[in-house]
Design a protein around this ligand. Sequence first.
Ligand SMILES: Nc1nc2c(ncn2[C@@H]2O[C@H](COP(=O)(O)OP(=O)(O)OP(=O)(O)O)[C@@H](O)[C@H]2O)c(=O)[nH]1
Ligand SMILES: [Mg+2]
Length: 299
Amino acid sequence: MELDKDADEVVKELGKTVAKEAWEKKNRLLPLIKSLGRFFRPSPVPESQGSETPPEPPRGILILGPGGTGKTTLARFLSGDVNVLIDPPGYYVPSFSVESVPLLDAPGVELVVMPGQGYRLQPEFGKLTSELVRGAYRGLILAVDYGYHAIESEWSREHKLYHGNKKEFIANLLVSQRQEELDLLDKLIPSLNAITQRMWLLVVVLKQDLWSSQQATVKRHYEDGAWGVKMNQVVIAHNSNLLCQRTAYASLHIQNYTTRGGRDTLKKNTAGYDATRQRQSLVELFQVIDALREWEDQV
Ligand SMILES: Nc1nc2c(ncn2[C@@H]2O[C@H](COP(=O)(O)OP(=O)(O)OP(=O)(O)O)[C@@H](O)[C@H]2O)c(=O)[nH]1
Ligand SMILES: [Mg+2]
């Protein structure tokens, strides 16, 4: 009995420490979230002095990635529309067309988010790659998640990869969706190789709460594994003054991996991945974004 009481005390103390740490991180994070708007807002376009030609519109930021990786969630977070520290996660609602997410504190400036599902992205692809090459965007964010893309099926058995065994289905799904990430990168590489205007490229590996027990494997994959090898070739093809590439790992929500509408749980989020870890991942994301800001400032 005495032992139970002691254990209870220890758990309570631990709970207090975690809550305090999470709170301190939140207080550090809120001003950082506010300052994001300043980065995503491009420098003001100089007034045209007496010239007849109107000023060039500001170069935008494009967000791309396979369906269900978290692009809309990321755009709404970066724009200030959603505060992931306060607002609860929602179930997956696929985007049907190109979304423009305005920055709350800079009306007129938008993050352009492409729909991810292949058949919805395909009609936009030609236009998008020619815009990339001609320098319409000052930054490109590639959203990936080590294959944990949200799926459109409501039940596992409705998915084309389901052949009667749920465990096998999930394993095949993750492999196949990681391949989708690589296929999209392959399709983009010719345009990335052809850029002629300064641009940064941020790879955000989302859903850390789902894969954090494989942290080392995931980092290897994106840094020098199947994805990293392709990306590094793009980077070395350019002068570092022209292209700046960074990778960040983050969790915007802590949410089990489910089929659409939360009907069927495919994987629970990693035990031990708590609010403190999530906030730490967001601090790291901000540090990476800050490095991009510094690169933009060095002209
Ligand atoms: N576990 C977890 N879920 C996340 C995270 N970020 C986003 N999600 C969830 O992933 C699902 C898909 O997110 P969306 O932002 O709609 O994905 P999308 O890339 O815009 O999808 P499409 O519009 O179809 O291309 C949603 O249910 C989000 O709540 C995360 O860091 N962890
Ligand atoms: Mg979307």
